[in-house]
Design a binder for this molecule. Structure first.
Ligand SMILES: Cc1cc2nc3c(=O)[nH]c(=O)nc-3n(C[C@H](O)[C@H](O)[C@H](O)COP(=O)(O)O)c2cc1C
Length: 197
């Protein structure tokens, strides 16, 4: 039987474990490095895609993801900021689901700092034409930038999505009994409760 982790019967410990895993995901290629981000489509239907978790601010309950201003997700967030994020680490057997609101940052201090910290390889996509989601006659019919100046020219299309968590749900799968907990910050006071798994 797997050893019972310290957070097992500790609500605050479950929340700390969730943030620790998210921080680890933003820093390394761990199970939480590439969560799924859900937005509300312009037609009201859910839209889901894999993203890279770039940064976490546990105290402010912020999660940072990068995207292209020309992408569907950017338009969807601009029209309706309600988003949801899902991560599962099969090794840890922990799932985290976050609901909250997202803000898009472009050509401001937050975007500049994130751009400066990005690797050139990550910057190339923002300078590629046509923009993401454009139908192509052939699979390779896009024009990436030819030199460093061309790569830097992508900055106006670069967006930082900053998600503020309003609710976080933690699920730990264990043979000795699963543990599920809900944390919320959208009421008058922060709230925490166990849920039946
Ligand atoms: C491992 C992985 C990581 C990805 N990371 C990002 C990301 O950080 N930002 C992003 O905009 N798209 C990322 N994508 C691509 C998206 O999943 C999606 O295909 C693309 O952004 C178009 O989404 P949209 O049309 O809903 O905007 C990633 C895809 C994979 C497979």
């Amino acid at each position: 039987m797997t050893e019972t982790p310290a957070f097992y019967d500790d609500l605050a410990g479950c929340l700390a474990e969730a943030w620790r895993r998210l921080e680890e995901g933003a820093a390394h290629q761990s199970g939480f490095h590439t969560p799924a981000l859900a937005t509300i489509g312009r037609d009201g239907a859910p839209r889901l895609r894999t993203v890279v978790l770039r940064g976490i601010d546990r105290a402010a309950r912020l999660l940072r993801v990068h995207c292209d201003a020309r992408s569907a997700k950017a338009a969807e967030i601009a029209a309706d900021p309600r988003v949801s994020l899902h991560a599962y680490d099969p090794k840890a057997k922990i799932q985290v689901r976050i609901e909250g609101t997202a803000r898009l940052h472009g050509e401001d201090g937050i975007a500049r700092a994130a751009w400066a910290a990005s690797r050139p390889m990550s910057r190339i996509g923002y300078a590629t034409a046509p923009g993401p989601g454009t139908p192509l006659a052939e699979g390779g019919a896009t024009a990436p930038p030819q030199d460093d100046d061309g790569v830097e020219a992508g900055f106006p299309e670069f967006r930082v999505i900053v998600l503020t968590a309003a609710r976080l749900e933690f699920l730990y799968l264990a043979r000795q009994g699963h543990r599920r907990a809900l944390f919320s910050w959208d009421g008058k006071e922060p709230a925490a409760t166990w849920l039946a798994p």
